[in-house]
Design a protein around this ligand. Structure first.
Ligand code: 13P
Ligand code: SF4
Length: 311
């Protein structure tokens, strides 16, 4: 089917089934354009918590759709490709996380939303890159903190908040793929450019950056900046939204250490979703996300704590 036919069919099915499409900024442009809401992890969680739709099609990765299901047990939550995982979530297996927690029984466990429902269920509070600083600052100062699974975000937050956290040694393969050496060369070529980075990136890159924030925060910074040139260190899908918001600004993807499928940085998991898979999943109402009820109930609490500090 042609793209325009898929778009027409998806819009028709959406109406018939009272469905909503939530898409992350890392989705391919065609998916972002057909979505009812495009956002960062926090924005998407808030939308998922508030929607009155019967079906949520989550154009993102597994942990995002799972989060929507935890918040909406009675709704059908669909993910166009069930294999759309996350290297960061995979770096923190639930059993190993349990052993880690047991080593520090009196510490508060704050976990980044990029983790499985089982890990969320063992956590005290969840955060995203949008609200992590605020959430850490809300915790009692006499308590130790465990932070999982992203060590780069964790290190950045230690500096930002001055809180001494014990970090899980996980990382995102996409954000660790940026090359500092190539970035230095690129910056020499564009000395007026502002470097804008996601905090999942490595420390050296963050030290060179003019702005560090979640995907939404990066977009807002570029939109509101008086500058015209930006080097962007995150997944390349974000460029689509930024181009829509500020078509005249010059956007340069940060260079990666080794080229894989492209010279920029695409998340292989996010890119598993396609417009055709989205159409098929809405039509057939599968693949559907399910979370065992005992895990869902335990994971809901730390998520609700996060949302109450974020809305
Ligand atoms: P954001 O919450 O900033 O959108 O980040 C999600 C993500 O997976 C980054 O790799
Ligand atoms: Fe996970 Fe990294 Fe992909 Fe984000 S970019 S979904 S953290 S693998």
């Amino acid at each position: 089917m042609e793209n325009q036919d898929l778009v027409n069919q998806i819009n028709q099915l959406k109406k018939e089934k009272n469905a909503i499409i939530l898409a992350h900024y890392y989705q391919e442009p065609a998916i972002q354009d057909i979505a009812d809401f495009v956002g960062d992890s926090l924005g998407l969680s808030i939308q998922a918590a508030q929607t009155s739709a019967d079906i949520i099609v989550f154009a993102g990765v597994y942990f995002m759709a799972e989060t929507a299901k935890i918040l909406n047990p009675t709704k059908k939550v669909l993910l166009p490709d069930l294999d759309a995982g996350c290297s960061l979530a995979d770096s923190c297996p639930p059993e190993a996380f349990r052993a880690f927690r047991n080593q520090y029984p009196n510490h508060i466990a704050i976990t980044y939303v990029n983790c499985s429902a089982e890990v969320k269920a063992q956590s005290d509070i969840i955060c995203t890159s949008s609200n992590a600083k605020k959430i850490i600052e809300s915790l009692p100062t006499d308590k130790g903190i465990l932070f999982a699974p992203d060590k780069n975000l964790g290190n950045y937050l230690i500096k930002e908040t001055g809180r001494n956290m014990i970090l899980w040694p996980g990382a995102c393969t996409v954000h660790e793929a940026f090359s500092i050496d190539k970035l230095i060369v690129l910056f020499e070529k564009y000395p007026k450019a502002k470097i804008v980075a996601h905090p999942e990136s490595e420390e050296q890159l963050l030290l060179m950056s003019h702005h560090i924030g979640s995907t939404s925060s990066m977009i807002n910074y570029i939109k509101n900046s008086m500058d015209d040139e930006f080097i962007i260190a995150t997944e390349a899908g974000i460029l689509h939204q930024i181009k829509k918001e500020v078509p005249n600004k010059i956007l340069i993807p940060a260079p990666v250490k080794q080229f894989t499928t492209c010279a920029c940085s695409e998340c292989p998991y996010m890119r598993m979703n396609t417009l055709e898979k989205l159409y098929l999943c809405l039509k057939n109402e599968t693949p559907e996300i399910s979370v065992p009820e005992n895990i869902r109930r335990k994971a809901l609490l730390p998520l609700e704590r996060m949302l109450s500090l974020s809305c």
